[in-house]
Write a protein of this length. Structure first.
Length: 210
């Protein structure tokens, strides 16, 4: 429920309340944002709201890699100039953006939609692992990079996927440990992440070090 209004306008209070639901946005920041919008031309505010509604109603997940897309197949998967035999497995859409920002990767992606985390009730069935295995079955993939966060849950998910791919004749690699233990991929700087991609190592090597 909304608190009793602290402002002279219930409409203002309602807008602040809704903005404050966004992650990382407190009530003070929400108020600044709402007051900023009130100073804008109505056309600009309408453009913002309509773009958000259109985003929510029309955006897709790519049917191949599960990245966000305006079409059934995203522009990365449909780009024949990219290496179709190389797939980088990531946890979420933000990781795709982080890797793309390095400009060091020219293959395709597979977005799992999370990592295995029993504490949060997330198991293999909640992720897009079966979809990844279907992509392997075409025989076109030559290498899979396991690019999950260097956390206990990320390592466990890497190992689960590695075991599931045992019957496929593909090279399985992982990021070089320039990405520190415990780091979230999306927060790793572009240079470090780019080098970790270029210097990736066979996944079996990471098992020997554990």
């Amino acid at each position: 429920m909304m608190e009793p209004s602290k402002y002279s306008s219930r409409l203002l209070e309602k807008a602040v309340f809704e903005f404050a639901k966004l992650p990382g946005i407190g009530r003070k920041t929400a108020l600044r944002l709402v007051l900023h919008l009130l100073r804008q031309d109505l056309e600009e505010v309408n453009a913002l709201t309509s773009s958000l509604v259109q985003l929510r109603e029309e955006i897709h997940n790519c049917k191949v890699c599960h990245n966000i897309s305006d079409t059934e197949v995203c522009t990365i998967c449909s780009n024949q100039g990219r290496n179709q035999s190389l797939i980088c497995v990531v946890e979420n859409i933000r990781d795709v953006m982080a890797i793309e920002a390095t400009q060091q990767f020219t293959g395709l992606y597979h977005v799992l939609g999370g990592i295995i985390s029993p504490m949060e009730g997330i198991g293999p069935a909640n992720l897009t692992i079966n979809s990844l295995l279907e992509r392997m079955s075409t025989g076109e993939v030559r290498e899979v990079i396991l690019a999950l966060s260097a956390t206990m849950e990320g390592d466990a998910t890497n190992f689960f996927i590695y075991r599931k791919m045992a019957d496929f004749h593909v090279k399985i690699t992982t990021l070089a440990r320039g990405v520190a233990i415990g780091d979230e991929l999306e927060y790793t700087d572009e240079i470090t992440l780019g080098r970790s991609l270029l210097n990736r190592t066979p996944f079996e090597d990471s098992l020997r070090k554990q």
